[in-house]
Design a protein around this ligand. Sequence first.
Ligand code: 4AD
Ligand code: MG
Length: 439
Amino acid sequence: MSEPVYQRIRIAEAGSYDGRQVEIAGWLYNLRKSGKICFPQVRDGSGILQCVAVKSALPEELFESLKHLTQESSLIIRGKLRAEPRAPGGFELDVEDATVVQRVSEEHPYPITPKDHGIEFLMDHRHLWLRSRRQHAVLSIRHEVIRAVRDYFDTHGFTLVDTPIFTPAACEGTTTLFGVNYFDDEKVFLTQSGQLYNEATVMAFGKVYTFGPTFRAEKSKTRRHLTEFWMVEPEMAYATLDDVKRVAEEMICFCVDRVLANRREELSVLERDLTKLQAIQPPFPRISYDEAVLALQKKGSEIQWGGDLGGADETLLSEDYDRPVMVDRYPTAIKAFYFEPAPDRPEVALGVDILAPEGYGEIIGGGQRIHDLDLLLQRLEEHHLPREAFDWYVDLRRFGSVPHAGFGMGIERFVTWMCGIDHLREAIAFPRMLYRTRP
Ligand code: 4AD
Ligand code: MG
């Protein structure tokens, strides 16, 4: 009789291997035992599989080593897959053989146990915490969102053009810049946004997007702020504020649909209320900043015309809607230098913020850019921005300048909302925040 040949598969593929002899390479997630039988639960990154090891069916030494295996020990396990409707995932593996690759020692056990750990402890052990089911689910949804975002732009005529991270000037205002010592005493800054470079590349390609890490030295210790976050930023030539709203709405719906279609299991691990995501359908409500201020005042907010919406205001305002709400035409005075003023009313800017429902706050900011040379020069001066650093940007208004517009969406904000979790820190593998730069 020939030796059985075990085919190496990933747990997620179990459905295609019912009744077959397979090999799973993973880590011990959990272990239940009762005398002559033990149930190692193995995770391999694609799923969790319950295995069944029966004492009488295995060499004594092997059975004992499985029975006393420690949490997160790495192992390769071989046996026959069997459909088991009661098992999570629908399959079980009858163990025939196993190799322990590394046994976690009892003296130094895996620090994250099923008991409740405090958030600081978990954040300090983020490098291990990522293995847990919830964190795995959140990061899988993040992957889905990123893939959807790219697919959306790639199939709608946008060209991906990466923009630099070392930059000579501020995009969103000088107060939240991280300075870096470059060579020969030259000072540069970590980018706050790729937008200014998008405005150059868009004149070469018509429609572009950039997608990368961005940095804000914001001393805000809120659940919505990271100092390093990922942003996707599309930009369109011959486009206006209305195009921004249309594309943003379409892209959001595209991404929500993808998450609902492909990540049901992860959403259920997170106990996400699916009806909240299913409600995300066009058209989204569109209101002006003026209307938002009035609505907020009625709800008891202290906001006055001219002030920015705080986090609490955003939550208050979004309460009225079951889908994202678009707020446009903010006061020019509180917006970045590049916003095109409304032609009929220059004290407001042709910009829009999109606020997610359920209190998740601003997920998108964008609008129409100044395309007139003189107005741009005036704004740079008003904002005390160094002309030399913006020479190339000003140049764009000299050579075939056209109305153009775009937006930025923070990936962690979007993922936090999709997952229905409380804090942005879980929406990125290794968050960087005011008081956290480790691990
Ligand atoms: O509204 P913001 O500052 O807009 C820009 O940077 C524009 N230049 C984008 C553009 O038009 N190309 O940031 C855009 C989005 C916000 O709506 C939010 O989702 C996210 O980036 N964001 C943050 N995410 C996490 N932590 C922070 N500190 C963030 N600041 C902004
Ligand atoms: Mg904003």
